[in-house]
Write a protein that binds this ligand. Structure first.
Ligand SMILES: Nc1nc2c(c(=O)[nH]1)N[C@H]1C(S)=C(S)[C@@H](COP(=O)(O)O)O[C@H]1N2
Ligand SMILES: [Mo]
Length: 200
């Protein structure tokens, strides 16, 4: 199996592999605003909606049939730990965006999840190969505490930009803030610039 290594993403942001103020951990802590939600593979559905030519809906089996790839990525939590060399398998954001046909007026994206979580990014910061809808970690199904069956990973951002238990992505014509972005976490979340919190 071929693995694309994207652990050099820090070079684009002019920083070291370990962003400032982070310490490296071998463990993989779990951070969730509430508990781990239940899911049912029979009724689970993933939607692509909003400013697109074709709204898309996938069952679990249909999603698993999409073209996938495996990437080696680092993971930076805003609370100060980083975990290197995670192998995530899944579907890239550009792959899904292309299938839906994003319309010209789309500028922003909102991800929504089973636990009521949401998080937002500008469209340009999502249409990157390393923004991955991932279902396998290190060759095994992504543990449910870490967002299984499906989560987003955003190695160019603090990890709260990656929704665990993601069930939908909506293309927006105006920026909006997600769950933590409304509660003081940085809207931009660049780890190499230590964009951790916003003051309102
Ligand atoms: N659906 C959902 N996604 C979420 C969260 C959450 O509470 N719910 N927490 C975010 C935060 S703050 C972080 S740091 C990471 C933690 O991912 P992990 O639990 O796999 O380490 O998930 C992010 N995605
Ligand atoms: Mo977090």
């Amino acid at each position: 199996m071929s693995v694309t290594d994207v652990t050099d993403v820090h070079e684009e942001f002019g920083g070291e592999r370990l962003p400032p103020g982070q310490r490296r951990t071998e463990r993989y802590p779990v951070l969730s605003k509430s508990g781990t939600p239940e899911w049912d593979p029979e009724t689970w559905e993933f939607t692509v909606s909003g400013a697109v030519e074709d709204e898309l809906r996938f069952s679990w089996d249909e999603f698993r049939d999409l073209p996938s790839e495996t990437q080696r990525q680092d993971f930076h939590c805003v609370t100060g730990w980083s975990k290197f060399d995670n192998e995530f398998t899944g579907v890239t954001f550009p792959e899904l965006a292309e299938r839906a046909g994003v319309t010209d007026d789309a500028v922003h994206v909102m991800f929504r999840a089973l636990d009521g979580y949401s998080t937002n990014l500008p469209l340009a910061e999502c249409t990157r190969e390393e923004v991955l809808f991932t279902y396998d970690l290190d060759g095994r199904p992504l543990p449910s505490d870490h967002g299984g069956p499906l989560r987003v990973v955003t190695p160019h951002k603090y990890a709260y930009k990656g929704a665990k238990w993601v069930t939908g992505v909506e293309f927006l014509t105006e920026p909006e803030r997600g769950y933590w972005e409304k509660r003081g976490y940085s809207n931009t979340a660049n780890p190499w610039n230590e964009e951790r919190y916003d003051t309102f």
